[in-house]
Write a protein that binds this ligand. Structure first.
Ligand SMILES: Cc1ncc(COP(=O)(O)O)c(C=O)c1O
Length: 400
């Protein structure tokens, strides 16, 4: 079906949907995070858009059966994932490689627990999604930072530094963010091969968080790390989910793809140990419907996000060119560098909240490399994004 036809008939991303009364974190945590409810919430990574109608319908259908006891997942659940990987990422996944997980962050914790010991080191590449820090240090492991390099052409991996730190025997794991949150890079095949060979050479297991894999809107296609070679497939855990893609994070349903039987078994044991294997029955139905029927909606969504990204880039270039942004290749997140304003992080944060009235993610929570930055979530109606950017400009004009 033609994307635009579908978009106009079935979906209107411009429509502002009131989320009050739904306990949406994005709204309800404003007071706690920003000290006020008077900010446009553009922080936590979910979208202000309705999920595809087929997904809502599948949930409704299941809800109509008034028995909500423990459930398992049917064969279709796994087969749908296999088909999605083949169709969207050209990755031929065997059904047995797939295991349900109740969320990607819990999966990262289970992997850290299963494959490292207290005192071992785990590599991450900041600036990066804040829970990456917590899943390591909250469990008695040590963070080994391999900071990304912010170059004129965008963020790059520092391979020399990676080689150096992974050669230490206490480094046991690397948690990769691919595509990367917050910098929006989709690591290309060459970068993945280089990173992969360094990890293989130094016996470092790669946990590849690919939760944003479906949200690619640049020219660079998403290549799952494990699809590159048998060696990498055997030395990795890939984490994926329909949650970001279809705006169903509240259903706590994700999965891992692990070709290596020993590694997969260890993850299954962790899932059993935490008694999390039953999962969320609505999440399973939603995943199947999303992957079976959600593609036209996703294509339309990607066009809309691309439009929002371009709007922000143009607006900033024309009105506030001192704010630096690398165009994201994926995700609905933008990483804004306000360093040119010369404000301390505390002052910048206060300014954005009190003067501009916008609630963004505070850069330093992504690591010390986030100094001077804030993360903007553009998965909202264009009108909301326009309002936020206009407020930002008006506030900025008061101090410039
Ligand atoms: C890179 C990354 N991993 C994991 C998550 C969260 O995953 P989950 O809600 O399944 O724990 C997010 C959410 O923003 C994310 O950006």
């Amino acid at each position: 079906m033609n994307v635009f036809f579908y978009y106009y008939c079935n979906m209107n991303f411009d429509k502002i949907i009131d989320r009050t009364g739904t306990n949406a974190l994005k709204l309800e945590f404003r007071e706690r995070l920003f000290g006020t409810n008077e900010v446009i919430p553009l922080w936590v990574a979910d979208m202000d858009f309705k999920t595809p109608k087929e997904v809502a319908e599948a949930i409704r259908k299941r809800a109509e059966h008034p028995l909500y006891g423990y459930t398992s997942r049917d064969e279709e659940f796994y087969q749908t994932i296999v088909n999605w990987q083949k169709k969207r990422h050209l990755w031929h996944v065997a059904r047995d490689w797939v295991e349900f997980m109740p969320g990607v962050v819990p999966t990262l914790i289970m992997a850290v627990q299963a494959f490292t010991d207290e005192g071992d080191k785990v590599v991450i590449q900041p600036p990066v999604y804040p829970p990456f820090f917590e899943v390591i240090k909250d469990h008695g492991r040590i963070i080994a930072e391999n900071p990304l390099m912010n170059t004129k052409k965008g963020y790059r991996i520092d391979f020399e530094h990676l080689e150096k730190i992974t050669s230490a025997p206490e480094v046991k794991m690397l948690i990769l963010c691919h595509p990367h949150n917050p910098v929006g890079r989709v690591w290309n095949r060459e970068e993945l091969e280089k990173l992969g060979s360094i990890c293989l050479r130094n016996d470092v297991l790669i946990v590849s968080d690919e939760i944003h894999a479906d949200l690619v809107h640049g020219d660079q296609p998403h290549v799952p790390l494990a699809s590159i070679s048998t060696e990498l497939a055997e030395n990795s855990i890939t984490c994926m989910a329909p949650s970001k893609t279809f705006n169903i994070a509240g259903l706590n349903t994700s999965y891992i793809i692990v070709p290596n039987e020993k590694i997969r078994r260890a993850m299954q044991i962790k899932l059993q140990a935490y008694h999390l294997f039953t999962g969320n029955m609505f999440g399973a139905e939603a995943l199947k419907a999303a992957y079976k029927y959600g593609e036209p909606w996703l294509e339309a969504l990607l066009e809309y996000i691309k439009g929002n990204v371009e709007f922000v880039l143009d607006f900033v270039e024309q009105n506030m060119p001192e704010i630096e942004i690398h165009k994201p290749e994926a995700t609905y997140l933008m990483w804004l560098d306000f360093s040119a304003w010369g404000l301390s992080d505390a002052k910048l944060r206060k300014f954005l909240i009190d003067q501009a009235g916008i609630g963004l993610n505070y850069g330093p929570t992504f690591g010390s490399q986030g100094k001077g930055f804030h993360r903007l979530n553009v998965a909202s109606s264009r009108k909301v994004i326009e309002k936020a950017m206009t407020q930002l400009l008006e506030a900025r004009n008061q101090i410039m």
